[in-house]
Ligand binder design. Structure first.
Ligand SMILES: [Fe+2]
Ligand SMILES: [Fe+2]
Length: 299
């Protein structure tokens, strides 16, 4: 990865999350993660778009890993005595609504940036949660997430080489994702207990996460100077340009779609809409990688 674990680690100064006392908060948090893992179905789309064999092979393996993570979070919720519940709308928007329109958007926004944010949140939970069993499950998962981020970073640098227009566009979309992350944290600060020793550090953790996201933008080559040196007008222009291009792509797709398919498109229900009613969620399975999981755990 372009950032080390040490760079991404935030100092919570020994503050801890208690599995019993903080059960409600942990249940809410792990349900956001569960939704994120269910969005692993989107890999099916990107496998079809894979530009080469290495990418296709990587995505096939990633799909298996993301669905091991689904099992992990179902298991973690059961260990905490919590039940699967819907995600916050901002999480849904970040993970599904912001799904890329192209391979470049997928690797830059979903893999490098998106999974980068998730990875930092996993590190944060590992460092604060006072539950060795759950921490061990997460430690195995982060090794796989690190590889996903690494792939996203390498492929981002590759797709923008010699394409300044694409670099600008991906930067604009990244600025929108960073705004979404800020909104999510604002919600958490409003809704969650403000006097909790871990949660009082949330604003500083957000600053650190955004600083790491910026560093990743610099190291992948998407950003050539500190974000603070970009005026708000310049940032607004980058976002406007990125969205204008996205709107054009969507319009182009719509115009080429046979009219008879239009009613079907709006009704499609995917696993990300139906997973909470899925019978598999009612039976907690052993975490991936444990002796009784029966799956292939790679790290
Ligand atoms: Fe995952
Ligand atoms: Fe992942």
């Amino acid at each position: 990865m372009l950032l080390t674990r040490a760079e991404m680690t935030f100092d919570f100064a020994g503050a801890k999350l208690d599995p019993a006392k903080d059960r409600e908060l942990l249940g809410w948090m792990f349900n956001q993660f569960l939704y994120g893992e269910v969005t692993g179905i989107q890999i099916g789309h990107w496998l079809y778009e894979a530009p080469d064999l290495e990418a296709a092979r990587f995505l096939s393996r990633q799909a298996v890993e993301e669905f091991q993570h689904v099992d992990n979070f179902i298991r973690i919720l059961a260990l905490l005595g919590c039940t699967p519940a819907p995600p916050h709308p901002v999480v849904r928007w970040l993970a599904t609504g912001q799904m890329g329109d192209s391979w470049a958007e997928h690797v830059a926004l979903e893999m490098a940036a998106g999974e980068g944010f998730v990875l930092m949140a996993f590190y944060g939970v590992i460092d604060t949660l006072d539950h060795p069993g759950i921490v061990a499950i997460l430690e195995r998962a982060v090794k796989q997430e690190e590889r996903h981020v690494d792939f996203g970073e390498r492929r981002t640098a590759q797709v923008i080489a010699g394409k300044p227009w694409l670099r600008r566009r991906l930067l604009g979309l990244n600025l929108v994702s960073m705004w979404g992350v800020r909104r999510l944290v604002r919600f958490m600060r409003r809704r969650l207990p403000a006097d909790h020793p871990v949660l009082t550090r949330l604003p500083a953790f957000l600053d650190h996460s955004l600083a790491c996201a910026e560093l990743r933008l610099r190291r992948t080559g998407l950003l050539d100077r500190p974000l603070a040196e970009l005026s708000s007008t310049r940032r607004a222009l980058l976002v406007a340009e990125a969205f204008a291009q996205k709107a054009l792509v969507k319009l182009g797709r719509l115009l080429t779609l046979p009219l008879r398919l239009l009613p079907v498109v709006g009704k499609k229900r995917r696993l990300t809409d139906s997973y909470l009613a899925d019978p598999a969620l009612r039976v907690p399975r052993a975490p991936a990688g444990s002796a009784d999981a029966g799956g292939d755990e790679s790290s």
